[in-house]
Design a protein around this ligand. Sequence first.
Ligand code: ATP
Ligand code: MG
Length: 370
Amino acid sequence: MLHQYDRRARSQRARRYARRSYAPAHAGGLLRTIPARVRIFSGIQPTGRKHLGNYLGAIRQYVEGQDRGDPAIYCIVDLHATSVAYDPRALPDYVYDTTAMLLAAGLEPERCVLFRQSDVREHTELCWLLSAVAAYGDLTRMHQFKDKSERDRELVRTSLFLYPVLMVADVLAYRAHEVPVGEDQRQHVELMRDIALRFNATFGETLVVPEHRIPALGARIMDLQQPDRKMSTTASEQRGLVYIDDEQRAIHKKLKSAVTDSGSEVRRAPDKPGVSNLIDVLAAVRGAAPETIEEEFAGGGYGAFKTAVGEEVAELLRPVRERYAELRPDEAALEQALAAGAQRARAIASHTLADVRTAMGIGPRASSLH
Ligand code: ATP
Ligand code: MG
């Protein structure tokens, strides 16, 4: 049994973390409670070059979050990358690629905490501890596990199965309120909430229950060649994705040859997944309603529309690509930024871990240390 005072102290602490500076606000006509200053956390895989879907669905939100985050914490999740077949010699380079890409997109190490997951050992320890409140049945229902285990049947790694729990640990270790992600991560964030609630109910109020932040536009960009599937770092073929650092001409070409249906009308419809996707892309690039895109390009045919999308996407990504080319060669500077970020991250995560360990009865009894 937990000592009553331990319980009360922990529950007060958790309330402090969860409610600090929360204020009521109107959102979408509903009165709901949103924090005035939030702790933000998100992770991104260093699986090679990142793409337009990552940029519109996640990275743009990371940049915006720097002003609201208390702090905004962003993690290059190299441990997650080992859950599918990968090249160990290339992985360190991929981490630098992704770091340089995030900095080029606008992250500033002084305004956020940017670090490499494996530098903060608390993530893996918390993953194991949270496994004690993660239901096996829930993990078997994860879409991503089903999709990725289908793709590589030769070896379905246990780490692919445990991936969502590590992701839960990534976020809960920082007592984050908000998790900016694309639509494909909705289920994983639900799992985070379930696990945090179950942990608190079982061991006493310790963890913050986070909420996803999925953008209204650009949350699910589809593969240009297979518009029924999301644009994906590991599943899409070269022609199906626009890399953030693609040359202008390559971007024009890829959008020109994007799959569309046999009609000619620029409008969204369930039987027009290719055109619908391009409308969503342009809407997200401009920050405009998809209806305004449909009106603008009505009657103009696919050709002119695809050219316009190609040009605007290329123009959006151009400054990021140029800055990336400047930043990527200086690996010492990238490493330095990551190391400094890890130090700040560890300072937060180690507190949470200490509380989680105490709550779970792991390690010496607190009273025997005095
Ligand atoms: P993989 O398909 O191998 O999982 P990925 O392309 O999803 O790779 P991640 O690093 O897993 O890349 O995702 C980073 C962020 O980008 C996540 O928040 C994810 O939700 C978002 N994201 C990924 N693909 C898309 C997409 N097609 N549209 C919008 N957001 C996306
Ligand atoms: Mg992914």
